[in-house]
Design a protein. Sequence first.
Length: 318
Amino acid sequence: MTAADLMTADPVVTGIGVVTETALDPEGERTKGWFDHRAELGRGYKYLPKASQYLLAATARALADTGAELADVPEHHRAITVGTNNGMSELQGEFDRTVIEGDSTLLSPATVPYFSVNLVGSRVAMEHALKGFSLGVHSPRVAGLEAVQHGVRALRAGRAQWLLTGAAESPLDWSEPGATGSEDGAVALVVEPAAAVAARGGRTHGRVQVRSFLLPPPLADSPQGRKEAEQLLATALAALGLTGRRPQVWLIGGDDAVTGTVEAALGGGVIRATAGAGCLGPAVQVAALLREAFVEQLVIGVAAQGNVSVAHVVPASR
């Protein structure tokens, strides 16, 4: 593709990979042992953080789903954007306890490089030579949707010809509030310019566009909160090409002022879903709609801290 082609690219989703366990045991905890890294990935991945293992497995599924060869895309035109909130929480908790109760020399050389939450996607980038750019996004609850937003925008701007995007989470460390039932798994989406897919005779799952904004909690909880939320939502919908209309909404948030105000501003007809700690829930919903829906829909992720992302999902069957 030429530079001019890339600048007018119409990004479409060509591959979907989901690795997650949604079932909880009677005590509200996830089924232990639901993911076997050796069965999914082979040998050599034992000491990787769980979130990185999940993302590698989801990526493998997404790549297979495209039906295309990644080798056909130059390495410097392949990119990755991935969202996570708690992908390193368990490991960082272990680091803290090791240093506090013992000494830093007791830290494992195999795991200590993963002190940074930005490194969740590093092994994926290395294994698949994603050399265009690599971006980690960490906004509460909406990081997975923001990863899609930033990645698709970069694809449209010609920064890359091929994009892997999505979210990866593992449970919060046991010492953190909300650890029980926190999110566990990964979603990977492959996004490419529609013209490139058509040229090889490939198929698509549809399109996803995202717009984000901030509704500060004090404002959300004020008398002006609903009106401000209505204006922010209207601006986001207009940017998504939805002026004057609103598809079905899946609202993923918690029991907080920001989520309540956004729901009120939407004016009813909303399907509510409560997510655990992390940013995986909205990404899982986007993947499900791309695979299963027949009409365009919205997935809105809301964080108690004020972060809001609106994803417009248009399945290929639309």
